[in-house]
Ligand binder design. Sequence first.
Ligand SMILES: [Zn+2]
Length: 75
Amino acid sequence: MLIKLLMVIGVIAAVYFFFIKKSTPLTKERHNKKKNKDDDETLVECEVCSTYITTSEAIVSSSKFYCSAECRDKA
Ligand SMILES: [Zn+2]
C-alpha cells in the first residue's frame, strides 16, 4: 500500500518535473531570441530623408530601408 502511494507520488512528480523542464527551455529560448534581436539592432539610413533608424524600426522595401511608410511612398 505504501509502495503504491510512493509510486503515485513518483508519477505525479515525474509529470510535474517533465512539464517544468519542458516549459523552462522555451522561456529561456524566447528570452535569448529577444536578447539577440536587441543585439542585432544596427542603424540604417532612410533612403529618402537620411534619418538613421534601427533595422527593427525600419520599413524594408525592395531591399532599401525607410524610416516610415511616408518615406517609402515618396521613394
Ligand atoms: Zn525617411
